[in-house]
Structure formats: structure tokens, C-alpha cells
Ligand binder design. Structure first.
Ligand code: FES
Length: 166
């Protein structure tokens, strides 16, 4: 499943060639190494997988770039565009839907001026929807990072977003 983020975001977030080189010198990619582990470390460092880093990994490991992109797009944990620091997961499951999840999602989109699967230009938030957060008794519910916010109203969600720390 390809869940890479294709949203337009700040171009300032792209690391330089030297920064990428320095990280890869440290990680020492090898042809027989653990590609997924390497990609995770690069993403942990930069917050996403920049295209020039994938090209350098391909050169250093001699793994074809097309195969690396195949791995990146297969795993939902990887993304190739800068992504907001705080991930908002808005539930669109049945229990939440009947209790107004649609209005909650609209309110988030309006407040942040983004759509689903997009990041805010300041890279503070990334918004996605999920089938069920497993806490239907809290409907309508969202998560921001690992924290649940339940029994939401449109007003409360706006306050949560406006007051959310950087
Ligand atoms: S339907 Fe929203 S948490 Fe289950």
C-alpha cells in the first residue's frame, strides 16, 4: 500500500548533499546490509526520505533505485516528502461517523487549511484519516501522535489545534 505523502510542503526542509553524505558515511550502507533498517535510520534523521538520499543509498549499496522505491512505497511507515511533526489521525469509522466525525474532519481541514494526507506549510501538523482508532466509546475521536482526544465538538477541536505545542 502506497501511503507516501505527496502534499505540497516547505522546500526549505530538504537537506543538503553534504548533510546526506555525512549521515550515510556514519551509517555505512553495504550491499548486503539491512535496507529497511537503513531507510528507517535515514527517515528518523531527516523526518522523511529525501530523493537525493535514496539515490546515494542506491549508489553505495548497488541496489537499483527502482527497487529502493519499491520498498519505500510498499511500507506505509516510509514517506518521501517532509511531513508535519505531529500526526493527526481522524477517525472515519461508523461509530465516529454517526456522532459527527465528518464535521470534526471538516473543522480540522478548515482550521489548518489542508486536506487529508497533507502537512501544514510550517510542518507542524500532518492530517490523515483512519478506519477506526479502536476507542469507539470516545466517538467522535482523533489522535494527535499517541494521545487520544474523544467526545469531540468542532469548537473543542479548534481549541486543541490552536493550543497544541510546537
Ligand atoms: S469508529 Fe471511531 S474509534 Fe472506532
Amino acid at each position: 500500500m502506497d501511503q507516501t505523502n505527496t502534499a505540497p510542503v516547505s522546500a526549505a526542509a530538504e537537506p543538503s548533499h553534504d548533510q546526506i553524505q555525512a549521515l550515510l558515511d556514519q551509517l555505512e550502507p553495504r550491499p548486503d546490509g539491512n535496507l529497511i533498517g537503513l531507510l528507517q535510520q535515514v527517515q528518523d534523521h531527516f523526518g522523511y526520505l529525501p530523493a537525493p538520499a535514496l539515490a546515494q543509498i542506491s549508489r553505495r549499496t548497488r541496489i537499483p533505485l527502482s527497487r529502493i522505491y519499491g520498498v519505500v512505497s510498499f511500507y506505509a511507515q516510509f514517506y518521501t516528502s517532509p511531513r508535519g511533526r505531529h500526526t493527526i489521525r481522524c477517525c472515519r469509522g461508523t461509530a465516529c461517523h454517526v456522532r459527527g466525525a465528518g464535521q470534526i474532519l471538516d473543522s480540522i481541514k478548515r482550521t489548518l487549511k489542508i486536506d487529508e494526507d497533507q502537512s501544514t506549510p510550517d510542518l507542524k501538523f500532518y492530517l490523515e484519516t483512519v478506519a477506526c482508532l479502536g476507542t469507539c466509546f470516545l466517538a467522535p475521536v482523533i489522535m494527535i501522535n499517541e494521545q487520544y482526544f474523544g467526545k469531540l465538538t468542532t469548537q473543542r477541536v479548534q481549541t486543541i489545534l490552536q493550543d497544541y505545542p510546537d
